[in-house]
Every structure is written in C-alpha cells, then in structure tokens.
Design a protein around this ligand. Sequence first.
Ligand code: PNS
Length: 161
Amino acid sequence: MTEPKTVVYPGSFDPLTNGHLDIIRRASKLFDRVIVAALNNDAKNPAFSLEERYDMIKKCTADLPNVEVDFFHGLLVDFARKKGATALVKGLRAVSDYEYELQMAMLNKHIDPKLETIFFMADIQNSFLSSSSVKDIARNGGSIKGLVPAEIEEDIYRKLR
Ligand code: PNS
C-alpha cells in the first residue's frame, strides 16, 4: 500500500484571498492531505492575529474534507517534518514572485533535502491579487467582493474599517 501524500501549504494568509483558496482546492484534488499552515512572516506586520487567520481559513475550507488548518511558530521545515509532509505547496503569480520563492525553496531544501517544494501557477484571474491589496482596499472603503471568499468578507471589513 502506498503512503498517503501529505503536503503543507504555508503562508501568512493575512487574510486568505480567492487566490489562496484556489491553490488549496487544486492541491486538495492532487494530494491525500493538505495542511494549510498560517505562519508569521517576520518581514511583515500582520493585521490579523494567527487565531483570526486560522478561523477564516477554517470557515472557507469547511467543504474540503482532506484539508486541515494549523498555525505554527518557528521553522517551516520542522513543522512539515512533524506532520509527515513530503512536500511544500506554494503559489506563483508572476515572474516577480519567482526570485523570492526560489530562494525559500532552495533554503528549505538545504535544511531538509527530502522535502520538495511544488509550485502551482496562479489562475490568471488571481494573478493580480494579494493580501496587501485586499487590506488596502478594505481600509480605504473599497469593495473586496470577488477578491476574498464571501464567507470572510464581513470579518475583514469589521477588522479593517
Ligand atoms: O505568505 P508569505 O508571507 O509569502 O509566507 C512566507 C512564509 C510564512 C511561508 C515564510 O516566511 C516562512 O516559511 N516562514 C517560516 C520561517 C522559516 O522556515 N524560514 C526559513 C524559510 S527560508
């Protein structure tokens, strides 16, 4: 019998966008178990607490039985190893993402050579989308409809307006 394939999809998810959710859905069709892991990116000052981000991701993935949500402090590779993951999943929107993602993939591979990083190309309609722009629009009174899952639209407005 082959081992179930577990992958970790890490990110700040500050907040989750339709682009993230699309990657989660696509990964859930290809792998047995997808763990969405919200981590604090030290380079960014998050607007939502890890618990708030966890709750929003949980709400939006409730219909996906092989998707789990978690959050973690520390090294991503340690978390992935603890969860029995064979790969990390990341999304690539544009060439501009490539350099940063390549660097992270190479460093993670250096720390744990057995852990692969698998990239999903963002859907064209999400290629312009980022959590930062969602926050910017919501803070300034614009509409984020169609940019984030409908289930969390109000949570985002409530926090940022
Ligand atoms: O959504 P983001 O902000 O691009 O996600 C970046 C994240 C959280 C995946 C990255 O910062 C990360 O992996 N942080 C955990 C700490 C770690 O393992 N650092 C070494 C990676 S090179």
